[in-house]
Design a protein around this ligand. Structure first.
Ligand code: FAD
Length: 279
């Protein structure tokens, strides 16, 4: 069972628990992106099992009236085993999403996987004509070119700052440079795309910039934040009419995800300490 201290960031261990979480968030107008926890598989059976779990999840979401979709990780669909294994599983999941009318996002992981992830996404997005979205990372120097390549590709693009430590040769490593790249990439997206823009950030500055750019260029956008982070703001944005999605992980591999959330920010660690101390 997930201890209450971790359940701020994780929607439960089972799809049923995750659906309860979705229902509650939907009542506040916040839509939910479900991610089955699991990554960096080196055994094909693990990747097979997660692909099948997503297929069932997509069918189950399709049978409800919940505002939910999914986001997969390339390394849980087998990219570390082989790009062909990833492509096969990704296609299977996207086919299920298409069959059940549920959107399928793909996270972006470390830079060694960017090309294979982009290629697979572009092929499926063009073939299915939408219903899929890809995360791109502003900290990578290559991202502007990748965005130019994706301009007329159907589906959605989630712009994030980037969670992986990459070398200076391929990435901006200074926070101010990453923020500047994020702003420029966001402006590029609003200038070039008519729809399908997702702001994957908790940063108030980036979220208000998206509002300004949308007013200037006319393109619609959505905001995406993690479960357990700035949830009041998620509800406020949704109440204001901004399409707001919460990325909510679930599953039995919650421990390492929980530690990552604690490590990345002082506020999260303080929250955990207060919960332990009962204050
Ligand atoms: P930061 O630059 O960390 O912070 C900027 C400001 O935001 C802070 O000054 C503060 O005002 C506010 N803020 C940030 N965190 C908090 C907090 N915990 N509490 C209160 N205020 C806060 N990365 C990838 O590499 N690949 C992915 O596929 C991916 N998917 C993601 C999906 C979603 C929905 C989100 C939200 C993030 C995803 N990320 C992904 C992570 C992303 O790359 C960043 O590492 C992460 O979001 C931190 O950057 P930030 O823009 O949120 O804000």
């Amino acid at each position: 069972m997930i201890p209450p201290i971790a359940s701020r960031f994780v929607a439960g261990e089972t799809p049923a628990a995750a659906f309860d979480h979705v229902r509650e968030a939907n009542e506040d107008g916040v839509k939910v992106i479900l991610n089955l926890l699991g990554e960096h598989y080196h055994d094909r059976e693990d990747a097979d099992a997660d692909a099948e779990a997503y297929v069932s999840l997509l069918r189950d979401i399709g049978n409800t009236d919940l505002d939910a979709c999914v986001s997969v990780k390339p390394s849980q669909l087998g990219i570390d085993i082989g790009a062909d294994v990833f492509r096969e599983h990704y296609r299977r999941v996207v086919e299920a999403g298409d069959e059940h009318g549920v959107f399928v996002w793909c996270d972006m992981e470390d830079a060694d996987t960017t090309d294979a992830t982009l290629d697979a996404f572009e092929g499926l997005a063009r073939e299915f004509g939408g219903g899929v979205g890809l995360c791109v990372q502003a900290n990578l120097r290559r991202t502007r070119e990748d965005l130019a390549r994706l301009v007329d590709v159907p589906g959605k693009i989630r712009l994030v700052k980037g969670a992986y430590d990459e070398p200076e040769s391929i990435a901006y490593t200074d926070k101010a440079d990453v923020n500047e790249a994020y702003r420029e990439d966001l402006e590029f997206l609003f200038k070039e795309r008519e729809a399908g823009i997702a702001v994957g950030s908790h940063d108030p500055k980036m979220i208000s910039l998206a509002g300004e750019l949308s007013a200037e260029y006319g393109a619609d956008y959505e905001v995406q934040m993690l479960m357990g982070v700035r949830e009041d703001e998620q509800r406020r944005l949704a109440a204001e009419g901004v399409e707001t999605w919460q990325y909510a992980p679930y599953g039995d591999k919650w421990l390492s995800y929980f530690y990552r959330r604690l490590r990345e920010r002082k506020e999260n660690a303080l929250f955990a300490l207060r919960a332990v101390a009962g204050v």
